[in-house]
Design a protein around this ligand. Structure first.
Ligand SMILES: [Zn+2]
Length: 467
């Protein structure tokens, strides 16, 4: 069973008790050591599900009361909500990242600028850098993905990955950590290598956090990244966690000049797009462990540290409670899932022509023993066996049912999720408000409800001594 160890859970409990103590007697002053955590696709339900999963795991261990499984981010003293809409309506990550980073709303697809007027925005990371603070951008996704890009670049279209990569190497931010560049030589593989460009501009590129890199700018690439993404937490990837990348960043950036570090949990969104609750929960917990590292840092600089945690939008319309369980939730059963949806998708694709009974045996082993053949699963199994083009026209509502995913995987996961009490309303983003949590210097500014652009404005105020 791929659960979470009792030791890890107890460590979390001790840390949270410590975190609560830290908030007492907080001194006022300008925020100089600033963390902005962004859970991509992370709304209230995602945070809540992760917490209930932890509680379920602890219950299963015969341990403590569920309430004590509170996530670090949910325990922060200032809590608020942001409205996430972009100028296009329900936001994408590019427009949302731009709003959070620069305080300007834009159209979906655009990074750091208004694509119609051509106006370019200055990100809070750039402002901090201009003021002499050190700056860092960390993500479990690839460096040129929309959220991290909003903190160093501008592009009319978020898919301009090569141009954004070049802008990264020119940004001057002292630290980048994550999956790495996607298509470092461009889509046609004919452009100059972005890692080479980074080196020539003074960046040390490392693939092992234990490697000695000279003082100065550094790019830390996850050694097991694929297509620029860090591997799924649930796939037991090895290599550094998001929290390790945060710790490493603290080591690189901390000093009297202060720093600004943006940390994105980039794969919560991907898991929710695919309706993979087990993967989403594990990514959210890993993201929360990164928040814990910032809380530990705050002990060293209690007067000047500010920690802000939010999401850019909610993904999937995740709902806690379902008809199947009469609204009960049994999230620890999510721990039975043996890997991410993408692992099972690959299995399905590689076993075309196999018998339904064999596929169901494999599905039970992968998702949980409660899976049974339902009309939905039978229908999906037949579609998965078809040629990819044919299947899309075989049923009228194909896209609504399966989006771009493997039908058999989607159907098995839907039943498995529902068994835990989790259901979904869409394969894309929703317009739900998302929670904001903050601790430390001027954190009270982050309470209440406001537009997503208010995150950038409030961080600026906190940097200006809470004015
Ligand atoms: Zn997003």
């Amino acid at each position: 069973m791929r659960g979470i160890s009792a030791e890890k859970i107890m460590r979390r409990f001790l840390l949270l008790s410590l975190a609560a103590l830290l908030f007492i007697g907080r001194a006022e002053g300008a925020a100089k050591h600033i963390f902005l955590f962004i859970g991509d696709g992370m709304g209230t339900a995602q945070r809540n599900a992760a917490e209930m999963y932890l509680a379920g795991m602890r219950d299963a261990l015969g341990d403590v009361t569920p309430r004590e499984a509170q996530l670090a981010m949910n325990s922060l003293p200032a809590q608020g909500f942001i409205i996430t809409d972009s100028l296009s309506g329900v936001t994408d990550s590019a427009a949302a990242g731009t709003a959070l980073a620069s305080g300007h709303k834009t159209l979906n697809g655009a990074v750091g600028m208004n694509p119609k007027s051509g106006e370019k925005f200055v990100s809070i990371a750039e402002t901090a850098h201009r003021r002499g603070m050190k700056t860092g951008v960390v993500t479990s996704s690839f460096f040129q993905d929309a959220t991290p890009a909003a903190f160093y670049g501008q592009a009319k279209k978020r898919t301009e990955h090569y141009s954004l990569g070049v802008q990264l190497t020119d940004s001057g931010h002292e630290y980048f950590g994550g999956g790495g560049f996607r298509n470092p030589k461009g889509r046609d593989k004919k452009s100059a290598d972005l890692y080479g460009a980074a080196s020539s501009k003074g960046y040390a590129v490392i693939r092992d956090l234990g490697e000695q890199a000279a003082a100065g700018k550094v790019i830390a690439v996850h050694p097991k990244a694929s297509n620029g993404y860090m591997p799924w937490v649930i796939d037991e990837r090895g290599g550094p966690s998001l929290a390790d990348l945060v710790d490493y960043g603290i080591g690189r950036l901390d000093g009297d000049d202060g720093f600004f570090m943006m940390v994105e949990g980039g794969k919560i969104d991907l898991a929710c797009h695919a309706h993979d609750a087990a993967a989403a929960v594990r990514e959210t917990i890993e993201f929360d462990e990164a928040v814990e590292r910032a809380l530990e840092f705050m002990k060293r600089r209690p007067e000047s540290t500010l920690i802000v945690v939010t999401g850019d939008h909610e993904t999937g319309g995740m709902t806690l409670g379902s008809f199947n369980t009469e609204s009960n939730t049994v999230y620890d059963t999510l721990s039975l899932q043996q890997g991410s949806y993408s692992v099972f998708e690959r299995r399905t694709a590689s076993k075309k022509g196999e018998k339904m009974a064999d596929a169901m045996d494999a599905a039970k082993k992968f998702f949980g023993p409660w899976l049974t053949v339902t009309p939905d699963i039978e229908k999906a199994f037949k579609l998965s066996a078809m040629d990819a083009k044919k299947r899309k026209t075989a049923v009228a509502d194909y896209n609504k049912r399966y989006s771009a995913y493997d039908p058999f995987t989607v159907a098995c996961m839907a039943l498995s999720n529902a068994q835990c009490g989790i259901t979904w309303s869409t394969f894309v983003h929703t317009g739900k408000k998302v929670p904001v949590s903050a601790a430390g210097a001027s954190s009270e500014l982050f309470a209440g409800e406001y537009e997503n652009t208010g995150i950038c404005d409030r961080i600026l105020s906190a940097m200006n001594d809470g004015q």
